[in-house]
Design a protein around this ligand. Structure first.
Ligand SMILES: [Zn+2]
Ligand SMILES: [Zn+2]
Length: 359
């Protein structure tokens, strides 16, 4: 296998002045991997809405990302150097970098039950740990995700956060064939992957998004599309969903971030339905409307959430993609375009995912 040679400088996208969306491409030194680490020559990185949230601190985190932060948390690269004691992954191996950059992998509370993204020792890529918007990245050797042969590497980048998250949402909600699944934000980075993973397991899908995304969502297999802009009240959109799925849906995969969207979700659910919260609302901590105990009890509803998937779910997600059952829709853009992409995220105009070319 031909391996990539190491350059002399690490070009990296830094947040110049958070909470503004200004970014710069800096030239940083290439670091040397320490014990247990590998140096990865990054090739592609997806741009996730959570990167926008870290840069602008729109999640209201107590400690905002600092100026100079290298963002990004879904990337693919090639191992080009091993630190002392590392034998795996091999030099030349293609690997994925996920939302969690590292975790202890041994705690009873989180890691050993597959919740490594919530481990107290988790480092988050692109938030106080340099992320995937750079050409050379130091990673814990034991925590990278091996990428199977034959996968389009640019298309694989968004799987490391968006793909594994929606796959894990369907798995943990025990969604099965013939269930109705409703995906809010169906035309977005997570949404278009959620539609396909749901179809891959045999479910029926209602995609909800702006009307401009109808053909995009249906092109990925959505059985029905609901244009949320056509309904002035939550009751009206619920009636439309109930017209399509008269008993309500089994699973709502909530990829859209607005509170208005979350407030409609409980009404979509049928008996023993599950709402999976994925999209992180910005500057808003309002409780979800309709989630009072009486309503939950009446229909035995479940509300759950997850912060990206774990290592097993990443492997399972990649396996479905390697079999051709799910395809990432992406547009390849240069490193200099991250601020523009953040601006486009504000208007919701992106179909699928934007992937940054780091080669
Ligand atoms: Zn993400
Ligand atoms: Zn742990």
């Amino acid at each position: 296998m031909a391996t990539t040679t190491k350059g002399t400088v690490n070009r990296a996208v830094q947040y110049a002045d958070p909470p503004s969306i200004k970014t710069i491409v800096a030239e940083l030194p290439i670091e040397t991997p320490g014990p247990g680490e590998v140096l990865v020559r990054m090739l592609y990185s997806g741009v996730c809405h959570t990167d926008y949230g870290f840069c602008t601190n729109s999640f209201g985190l107590p400690v905002p990302a600092p100026a100079g932060q290298v963002g990004g948390h879904e990337g693919i690269g090639e191992v080009i150097e091993q630190g002392p004691g590392v034998t795996s992954p091999e030099i030349g191996a293609k690997v994925g970098i996920k939302y969690a950059a590292d975790a202890c992998l041994n705690c009873v509370e989180n890691c050993l039950v597959g919740g490594e993204t919530s481990c107290s020792q988790t480092k988050i890529s692109g938030y106080f740990t340099p992320g995937t918007f750079q050409q050379y990245l130091i990673s814990s050797a034991k925590y990278v995700t091996p990428i199977p042969d034959g996968i389009d590497l640019a298309a694989a980048a968004p799987l490391m956060c968006g793909g594994v998250t929606v796959y894990a949402a369907l798995k943990r909600s025990k969604t099965k064939h013939s269930d109705w699944v409703l995906v809010t934000g169906g035309g977005g980075g997570l949404g278009h992957l959620a539609i396909q993973f749901a179809k891959a397991i045999g479910a029926r899908v209602i995609a909800v998004d702006h009307g401009s995304k109808e053909s995009f969502c249906k092109g990925f297999g959505a059985d029905a599309f609901v244009d949320f802009t056509k309904f002035s009240t939550d009751e009206d959109i619920t009636a439309e969903v109930r017209r399509i799925a008269p008993s309500g849906v089994k699973t709502v995969i909530a990829c859209a971030t607005p509170t208005r969207s979350y407030n409609q979700c409980i009404g979509f659910l049928g008996f023993r339905g599950t709402l999976v919260c994925l999209g992180v609302p910005e500057n808003d901590r309002t409780p979800i409307k309709g989630a009072e105990a009486f309503t939950l009890l009446s229909n035995e509803l479940t509300i759950m959430s997850l912060k990206a998937g774990n290592r097993l779910e990443a492997k399972e997600c990649l396996e479905l993609v390697a079999r051709g059952l799910v395809k990432t829709h992406y547009e390849l853009r240069p490193m200099e375009s991250i601020s523009d992409i953040f601006k486009e995220m504000e208007t919701g105009s992106i179909n699928g995912r934007v992937v940054i070319d780091l080669r």
